[in-house]
Design a protein. Structure first.
Length: 244
């Protein structure tokens, strides 16, 4: 029997590119502010947007809606409320348009998923807006490989434990694969599960965190998802076949 009853993947910046869309949205937002007469450095604007995002995440979670709201709030604050409705609409478009733009799959993601699907029950656990995330799954062409899709507003130990209880899986027989130490790795290790960290090309600084030494035996890092089937085979002692 496989050591893992369930293997889960993160979506954004693990299976498909995402952070570059938000960075493009921020760049367009700075252009909107400049057109509105805001004379601030890129660093200051980034700090203000980040602070507003972190505040809003507590109430609205992750995703496009929270991001767009943060841009609008920042625009109002930096103009002391003088920004016009038309300019606010441009701020909305700066965040929403780029964040919804398809950016393509991360290299090796489809092969990793389809190689593991025949022998393991796979789950997608991703943060964000329900419609936005499910549309990404559909565009990826991987929906049929997953047993279920879980779209959550936050990824905490408690959230993972609720998901595992719902699917009848013990934490010690669960493996999570993702690019965010804060969201995909630490909470799973805290719950008693296993985790594989796959660094993303781009990542938000808020998602960085250190893995404690006490959990290192259940933690692995690989350079690319192309290495995942072989790693799972090594851990479980099972032969993983070629992609389906």
């Amino acid at each position: 029997m496989s050591r893992f009853d369930l293997i889960a993947f993160d979506g954004d910046d693990t299976l498909w590119h995402n952070e570059r869309s938000y960075r493009d949205g921020r760049e367009r937002f700075r252009a909107v502010l400049a057109a509105a007469g805001v004379v601030r450095s890129e660093e200051e604007i980034e700090e203000r947007v980040n602070a507003t995002e972190l505040h809003n995440i507590r109430y609205y979670g992750y995703g496009v809606s929270s991001f767009v709201l943060s841009l609008i709030e920042t625009a109002i604050e930096l103009t002391d409320g003088r920004i016009s409705g038309a300019e606010l609409r441009e701020s909305d478009r700066a965040g929403e348009g780029d964040a919804h733009r398809a950016r393509g799959a991360v290299p090796g993601s489809a092969r990793a998923v389809t190689a593991l699907a025949p022998s393991h029950r796979l789950l997608l656990i991703t943060k964000g807006d329900l419609l936005h995330q499910t549309s990404k799954v559909d565009r990826s062409g991987l929906r049929s490989s997953f047993h279920a899709i879980e779209v959550v507003s936050h990824k905490t130990r408690e959230v993972y434990e609720e998901i595992l209880a719902r699917h009848g899986v013990a934490a010690r027989r669960f493996l999570m694969v993702g690019n965010s130490p804060r969201s995909d790795i630490l909470p799973v290790l805290q719950a008693g599960g296993w985790a594989v960290y796959v660094p993303a090309e781009l990542s938000w600084a808020h998602e960085h965190a250190e893995v404690p030494e006490s959990a290192r035996e259940r933690f692995f890092e690989i350079a690319s998802l192309k290495e995942l089937p072989r790693l799972v085979s090594t851990i479980t002692g099972e032969e993983i076949g070629p992609p389906a």
